[in-house]
Ligand binder design. Sequence first.
Ligand SMILES: [Zn+2]
Length: 294
Amino acid sequence: MANIINPKNSVLKRGYHRMTLDFGNTYSNGSFHKGCDFTGNTSVDDGYDYVVAVADGIVTSCQNTIGGVVKDTGTAGMGNYVYIEHDNGYRSRYQHMKKGSVTVKKGDKVKAGQVIGYIGNTGNSTGRHLHFDISATGKVAGGTYIASQNRTYFDPKPYIKGTKTLSKNTATATVKKSVSEIAKDIINGVGEWKNCNGTARKTKLESMGYSYSEVQAEINKQLKTGLKYYPKYEGKSTQIDIVLKDIGVPTKYYGSWSKRKPIAKANGISTYVGTSKQNEKLVNLAKQGKLIRP
Ligand SMILES: [Zn+2]
């Protein structure tokens, strides 16, 4: 429990940000609270506790029809809410607002300080309050990463106090790519991922905060659901092995031309001796998702 005094970037227009639940492992059962809960002036609704956007952004989602308390951990549990996307991949959320009070709709541009709704007690709520949180996609330094959402939540207090800002010119957080985007880059051999395989790939991914097995699983998933990629065949015999490995072909079918023979045969190359042209054909079949596995 703590009070926030003199906020620079209010989320409650009136200026009172009395915090009833802090960011972090602060629920009574110790589970993770992704933001801060604030009440307005008092627990009594006297008609002045408007909710305002913490920074400029675009509304990406909202709900305005929840009438009261709903014991639900999904969308209804958020009560009446607004999501705002800001620069640099940040997102802020405002939940449990009063039914019918939300003044914005999806796609609206909002300015810092603009009224977006009114404090309430809707959704999974035990009293009149605003749940406010700030997050960004991927794993980002300085926050708490929630793997199931591939999203990092930040303590919102410094943003409200003005010691950290969401504005484009001063934000310092580096927003990391999603697992799906990284997998695609690896498959395409984009930039630093060019010829980055095996242990080198594992080391690099882990140094960037990704799980190697998670990324590999995503690579395999993307490859199996339609091979869009793989850079132009470069005539390297290792390339065909990378492709075969990445699409989950058993190890006994790659590593040397003689091991690849059954897979070549299954794909109509009966005279396979591992020439560049033959390998290119296999790579191209894999790219189109047409490679037959023996
Ligand atoms: Zn909350």
